[in-house]
Design a protein around this ligand. Structure first.
Ligand code: PLP
Length: 444
């Protein structure tokens, strides 16, 4: 059975973000089931999933309530669209709940099937907004190096991943990238708060270089996820906010990872006191049980699109898909009734921070950082205290050792990342930290 699946996988399945040839030679690990914070492979190994799938299984695996919500909705109305003057209860109820949870100035939602589609939608809305405002030249978007905003052409262009750009052909025009607030990697030991202010100053410099009258929006994740769980210095966001206000530039905060409790608030923006004009969402919205994304649209943009825009020629077959919306609604209701956000903020986040910080003393670790339930370890050469030569692949080695010992941690270069389900228990955090330490020992 295992053999069949692996052989068929090799023969037919092109995996995302994979070296097709290398993977077909190496073969994939087959995951067959999951419960709580553990996944189970076809050999019966239980593996602690410290990545919550792909930063998305926030309520953990095996939640019958979500399964029931999906099956109920699939029986009642498996599909209908909302293109041509029709609507349906699950999408409407989900939209209402999202607007209740979001900051007060956000009262509209546009649904998509994924985070990438959400960011495509953002680009369309931002450009349409300024055109409607009689500012058709205000079309440029500033994003950040090493950011991830998705894999569609617009998502990839907004993202700042150099290898994706190198393969993608011409990017969507009118998008440029500034430095990221990555203190460990790029500050040369500068005072963190001064470094955060310098990164925000880079935004102002770019705006002035491009011409403030041409810059439409700035897009960023509250904490950069796929780039390496990059937690900005406290000085960063207030300084960015001041620059955007000064030049009347829209703020887009990509909440695809940080939304729905990851930082101990419903949205990462709330942790940093931001009031974004647009917030793309996905992943934790449904805890990954079914695919759904969207854009939360602030009043300023929404009112212009509604009052002045006429028909908006944009949408997806699965925008607001009934079963996905029903699951997302149930997911948010469970998060609320079980007090998940408060638990991450007051209990799990501080507990993880304490335990995770212990790893900072390991000779292979240059920095151990976390916020809420996102964390990273920066691997360094114990002999020099400097970063490893990239070609050694220390991060990938550590990741593979982790997996073999029953822990999913992700490596981004030599940065090891965690983003566990928000229902993880203290003893499971202990197991996570113990396994991570053992893997570091073995990697060394
Ligand atoms: N935005 C961010 C911050 C992400 O991390 C991701 C996916 O990892 C996306 C957008 C794209 O989401 P999707 O993979 O659902 O298209």
């Amino acid at each position: 059975m295992t053999h069949d699946i692996q052989a068929l996988d090799r023969a037919h399945y092109l995996h995302p973000f994979s070296d097709f040839k290398a993977l077909s030679e190496e073969g994939s690990r087959v995951i067959v089931s999951a419960q709580g914070v553990y996944i189970v492979d076809d050999q019966g190994n239980r593996i602690l999933d410290a990545m919550a799938g792909l930063w998305c299984v926030n309520l953990g695996y095996g939640r019958e309530e979500l399964v029931d919500a999906a099956t109920r909705q699939l029986r009642e109305l498996p599909y209908y669209n909302s293109f041509f003057k029709t609507t349906h209860p699950p999408a409407v109820r989900l939209a209402e709940m999202l607007c209740r949870l979001a900051p007060a100035h956000i009262n509209r939602v546009f649904f998509t099937g994924s985070g990438s589609e959400a960011n495509d939608t953002v680009l369309r809305m931002v450009r349409r907004y300024w055109a409607l405002k009689g500012r058709p030249d205000k079309q440029l978007v500033i994003a950040r190096e090493n950011a991830y905003h998705g894999s569609t052409v617009a998502g990839m262009s907004l993202g700042g991943m150099a290898p994706m750009h190198a393969q993608g052909g011409p990017l969507v025009p009118g998008i440029c990238h500034i430095r990221q607030p990555y203190w460990f990697g790029e500050s040369n030991g500068q005072d963190p708060e001064a470094f955060g202010r310098d990164c925000a100053a880079a935004l102002e410099e770019r705006i002035l270089a491009l011409g403030e009258e041409r810059v439409a929006a700035f897009i960023a994740e509250p904490v950069q996820g796929a780039g390496g769980a990059i937690i900005p210095p406290e000085s960063y966001w207030p300084a960015v906010k001041a620059v955007l206000d000064k030049y009347d530039i829209l703020l887009v905060v990509d909440e695809v990872i940080c939304g729905f409790g990851r930082l101990g608030e419903w949205f990462g923006s709330m942790h940093y006191g931001l009031e974004p004009d647009l917030m793309p969402i996905a992943k934790g919205l449904s805890s990954g049980y079914l695919p759904i994304g969207g854009v939360l649209v602030g009043d300023r943009v929404a009112e212009t699109l509604i009052e002045e825009g006429g028909e908006f020629f944009h949408g997806f077959t699965y925008s607001g898909h009934p079963a996905c919306a029903a699951v997302a609604l149930k997911n948010l209701e469970l998060m609320e009734s079980e007090g998940i956000i408060e638990r991450v903020r007051n209990d799990l986040g501080p507990y993880l921070a304490r335990r995770w910080a212990e790893l900072a003393t390991h000779p292979l670790v240059g920095e151990a950082r976390s916020l809420g339930l996102i964390g990273a370890l920066e691997l360094v050469d114990p002999a020099t205290g400097e970063r490893f030569d990239k070609s050694l692949g220390a991060g990938n080695l550590c990741r593979d050792i982790c997996f073999a010992s029953g822990l999913v941690m992700r490596s981004v270069g030599d940065t090891m990342i965690i983003s566990p389900p928000l229902v993880i228990a203290h003893h499971e955090i202990d197991e996570l930290v113990d396994k991570a330490r053992a893997a570091l020992d073995e990697t060394a």
